[in-house]
Each structure stands twice: as C-alpha cells, then as structure tokens.
Design a protein around this ligand. Structure first.
Ligand code: PLP
Length: 424
C-alpha cells in the first residue's frame, strides 16, 4: 500500500508489522554481504583455462617476433593492443596495454599531469585551484582519486542517458580551473546508465576553457551485457578527433572483470600527442609491462568474438541474481511507492534510491540484522549524498540464497527507515 496515502494509525500498524518481521531476521544471526562488486567464484571458474594457456613448452614470442620473456616494449605487445582496442571499440592505433589495473593507469596519468603538466601546460601541482567534475551517483574510487590529488570535486547530476550535459557544457566553457570529468559510459557504476549517442557527441564537441581539460572515459563495463542485446556506443576518441578534440580524451578498459580481477591487463587509448607525452613520463618508472600475462590473455581469448562469448557465460550466472533482487524489490516495495531502483541491462550494480533522508538509516538497520551494504553516500563526492537517498547494491558475489535473504532484509529495512521518517 502507498505509504504516503496511509493515515497515522495505519502507518503505526505497518511499522509494528515491519518491526516484528525485522526482529525475526535479527534472531537468525546472519552475516551477509551485498557490498562487493566483484565476480563470484562460479564466474571465476569460467576463466581457469587462462592458467593453462601458456606452458613452459609454449612459444613465448609474439607474432612480430618479440620474446615475451625478456625486457622491452613499453606500451605492450601488438596482439594485446589489437584485442583491447577492439574491446574499447576504438579505431585508434594509439593504444597501450600495461599492467593489471586500469585504475593504476588513471593514477599514473594524474601523476603525469601534476608533475609534468599536459602538453605544455603548467604542471597541475602548481595550479592552486583545480576542480574535477564528478557525475553522481558514481564510482567512489574515481572520486577518491581526484580528492587525493587535491581537486575540488564538483557534482554533476546523472540523467537517464548520461551526465547532465547542459551543466557540463556550461561549467567547462566558463571555468578554467575545471580540469576534467569522470565518465563510465557503459553500464555506469552504479546506475547502469548507458550514455546515449547524443551525450557522447556532446562530449566530443566540448569547448573547455582549460587547455589541460581531460575526459577520463573509463569503459570498465564495455562488454558486460547481462542480456542478449549489446548496447553499442560511439567511440568518443574517434568523434573527438573529428572535432579536433582528440587530446581531450583518455579511454580505459581492462580484463579485470572479464577473467580474474587484479590479474588481468589494462588498456589506455588517446591521441598521438598525449601518448608520446605519457610514454615519456612512464619510461622513467618502468622498462615495460608483464608481457607474459598479456600473451596469456591473448592466447586464451584469441579474439573479441571469443571474449564476448565468454562474457555471455558470465551473464548467465549474473542475470538471475540481478533479476532476483529486482523481483523482491518489486514485490516488497513496489506498491509502497517509497523508493526507486534501476533494472540495469549490464554492469555490476543496481542503484537504489530511498525517500530523502533514509539511506543511512536503511544501511544501519541492515547492518544490525547482519547484512552489509556499501555505505550510504559512497556514490557521491566526499562520501556525502546531499539527499541521503542513494544505495549501491552489488548482487554478483553472493549466492542466490544469500541474495534472496539479504534483499528481503533490505526491503524491510527500507520500509522501517521510511516509516520512522514519516512519523518523525
Ligand atoms: N573502473 C570502474 C568503473 C570500476 O567499477 C572498477 C572496478 O570495480 C575499476 C575501474 C577497476 O578496474 P581495474 O581492476 O582495471 O583497475
């Protein structure tokens, strides 16, 4: 029943009913966790063959004759570049494949910007006032990284087709201290939003006042479809180059959530000028990446077609878990009209919005019943959700039974938090 249409007496009765249900869950002494955005053991098992893709008897030379056992090749092996370029969906040949983490490449790029400055601009560490645009809800590690480097974080609202581009265009055109924006263009973390073609085009055509403005296009979920249909988005780098804006774009992806997180390979694509500048920075710190792991990944997956087949198997494991959460939320909360949530077609998360001022309390109630969620506020800059309403749900890691129980406890906690608010 619609909570807002209830009379005070009815609300009180409902609260008593929910409290009784909640206490029963508490008595079970559970310990469940829906905070972890990582693959389950069943998903990881799909990739075990990667460990057998190289043996001591394997040819460890690349197609062009590089011996992967030895030093050399700052920007990765050609076949890995080709595979990752296709994963990113970019035509660019300006791709490098480095180590096990795309976040590390982003981190290195900030170091490069801070110390060297970008393409002749003043090093960012010498520019006292620096801001970074953060579409929110978004990825907490992105926000944390720019906070660490001393940027002031500026929230940009997320819409159903991407960040609010009216806000983005206005801000970047007028403020020279805005140095960049975070974007997860496909199945954004946590909303699951896929940026529309129009949004991508508007990004490509941005006219930032700061010459060292960069779009951090983190395509972490580029092949992570949960359903048959694949959502294609245009390649930002390609579009931006046509606008004469190629230097504005940094694109990333990795095989972290394709095979083994933390044991994959990560790619970076950008304009030729940016690539030269970054390599000049990078070569001071490394002779080259782990080419044997690159070869291992390429020999295992072979082609972009094979990777996509592999991702379909992952989707078959993940999809029922997402659908279970969505079904329980609908059953338990649909008619109460006190919350909204996403039904993503890919990625790793469901984004849930309580009534204003109820997210923290919901998480607290869940915790006291033995269910852990990502802290409320984590999806906003500085960990502060101005409306205290967004919660990130990560259904991938837990088992189906755990998810069922955790979602029911979550739903009753949402109801209780809302009723407390309404009666306050
Ligand atoms: N980018 C986004 C949007 C993510 O959600 C994650 C992991 O959750 C990462 C990057 C981490 O990628 P990597 O393991 O390649 O550093």
């Amino acid at each position: 029943m619609d909570y807002s249409a209830m009379k005070t007496e009815e609300q009180k009765k409902e609260q008593e009913k929910c409290l009784a249900e909640y206490r029963k869950y508490q008595e079970l002494g559970l310990s469940l966790d829906l905070s972890r955005g990582k693959p389950s053991a069943e998903q990881l098992a799909l990739s075990m063959g990667i460990l057998d893709s190289l043996k001591s008897t394997s040819v460890l030379h690349t197609q062009n004759g590089t011996d992967c056992r030895n030093y050399g090749g700052l920007d990765g092996i050609e076949e890995a570049k080709d595979l990752m370029r296709k994963m990113l969906g970019t035509k660019q040949t300006n791709v490098m494949v480095l180590g096990n983490s795309s976040l590390t490449i982003m981190f290195l790029l900030f170091n490069h910007a801070m110390l060297d400055g970008l393409l002749g601009e003043t090093p960012m560490c010498m520019q006292k006032k620096r801001k970074f645009l953060c579409p929110a809800p978004g990825y907490d590690r992105h926000f944390g990284m720019t906070e660490y480097f001393g940027f002031e974080l500026v929230t940009v609202p997320m819409k159903e087709d991407g960040p609010d581009m009216d806000v983005v265009e206005k801000l970047v055109a007028s403020d020279e201290t805005i140095k960049g924006i975070w974007c997860v263009p496909k199945y954004q973390n946590p909303t699951g939003v896929v940026f529309s073609e129009e949004v991508v085009k508007r990004f490509a055509a941005l006219k930032p006042k700061a010459k060292d403005f960069r779009i951090f296009w983190d395509n972490a979920y580029c092949i992570h479809d949960l359903y048959k249909e694949e959502h294609e988005i245009p390649d930002l780098l390609d579009l931006a180059e046509k606008e004469g804006n190629g230097d504005m774009v940094y694109e990333f992806c990795s095989t972290s959530k394709v095979a083994f997180p933390g044991d994959g390979i990560a790619a970076f694509a950008t304009s030729p000028a940016n690539m030269i500048a970054f390599k000049n920075y990078l070569k001071q710190g490394t002779i080259g990446p782990d080419k044997i792991n690159q070869l291992r990944q390429v020999r295992y997956f072979h082609s972009i077609g094979e990777i996509k087949k592999h991702m379909k198997k992952q989707a078959d494991i993940m999809r029922p878990k997402f659908e279970m959460v969505e079904r329980i939320l609908e059953e338990e909360l649909g008619s109460a009209k006190i919350a909204s949530w996403t039904n993503p077609r890919g990625g790793y998360f469901i984004s849930f919005d309580t009534m204003e001022g109820c997210a923290k309390r919901t998480i607290e109630l869940c915790r006291d019943a033995g269910v852990k969620f990502t802290p409320a506020g984590a999806t906003f800059p500085y960990g502060k959700d101005p409306k205290d309403s967004n919660i990130r749900i990560a259904p991938s890691f837990a088992s189906a039974e755990e998810i069922e129980m955790a979602t029911k406890i979550f739903a009753v906690s949402v109801k209780l938090a809302t009723l407390e608010k309404l009666s306050a």
